[in-house]
Design a binder for this molecule. Sequence first.
Ligand SMILES: Cc1cc2nc3c(=O)[nH]c(=O)nc-3n(C[C@H](O)[C@H](O)[C@H](O)COP(=O)(O)O)c2cc1C
Length: 357
Amino acid sequence: MSADALASEAAAPRHSLARLGRHLHASVLRTCLPVEALRDVLPRGAVAQRELDEAVLAAAVASAAAAGAEAEALNAALDRHHAPALARFARARSGVDLLREWSTAAGSPAMPGAYWALLTHPLADRALRHLAFGDVEMLGHKAPANASLPMLLARRSVSPRRLSGPAPTPEALDLMLQAALAAPDHGRLHPWRVIEFRAEAREALADIFEREKRGRDPMAAANDLRRAREHATRPPCLLAFVVSLRQRKRVPLREQWLAAGAALGNLLNAAHAQGYGAIMLSGDRCFDAEVCADLGLGPHEFLAGFVSIGTITEPAPAVDRPLSQTVWSCWSSPAQGPRSGARPAVWTFTASDKAIG
Ligand SMILES: Cc1cc2nc3c(=O)[nH]c(=O)nc-3n(C[C@H](O)[C@H](O)[C@H](O)COP(=O)(O)O)c2cc1C
């Protein structure tokens, strides 16, 4: 779509409450207006002062569906309550802009305003409304006291193909590292570190990636070599995530690996929480001794992978997460009867799984 077409579409009138699908009325009125505001808007006869909140909400939903003067009054109250969010969303020129605004607000105290602004925005399509509805309905109400939970539950990895600039600001990157340093960490060893590859270092990194690819696959086609180089040059922000194990009697290596993984998780969550897309990718090159040496890794260090971070140009496709029952069980004492469930797994470890470096 041309910029002009986008601009004229953005200038189209916002949707009204009455025009939103009926399934959205209850969701919007419950999420975006306090019940006192609903009471103020509805005529006295519609809800007695002592009526329960649910009855007030039901009356408001009926008014919205009736699309009369009361629906307009509710619409005006929503606009008044959420003027700052409406102003922010009014600057959006594409669905991607809207998604970015929504990702920033989802799970934060700004979510109700963002919900109203997104649903009524002229550029919001069915998919965006559906996404926001899902976030609010499935996550928002269940954890009203914990604004970070919906954000965590909505995290997705975003492929470098779906990322572009701007890269995170130095302040945003610093917050990601602070979040990583806040992860559980036995002995406060922070057995990990990151290496940032700034713009001026990318071609040299691409040379290393290409050399590794040629070494592993001497018949590699030109396209494969180009792709290997792109892994170094494409991400707006690129970090190597290095696991740096320490020799400590009291902190076994497996706990250091877990601490490093927890730090990585926090880093990715903090990127997501600030509205950036991020993904951790490893691949054969992370196991290459020469690559590790070129990046300056020490003998007790592992190149766990590369974290790409940037601005989301296209959201990652929806994904069904496994049910929590898949990872849950409830222990009972063996004395209470025979054990049920799976037999312990038998693992075969390779030398590199066990070795420190
Ligand atoms: C240490 C580590 C290395 C990974 N390496 C790769 C990789 O090389 N290729 C890949 O497709 N996914 C890799 N992943 C998985 C992705 O980062 C991502 O988690 C996965 O695509 C699932 O997406 P989701 O995070 O949105 O659930 C890796 C994950 C971790 C934690």
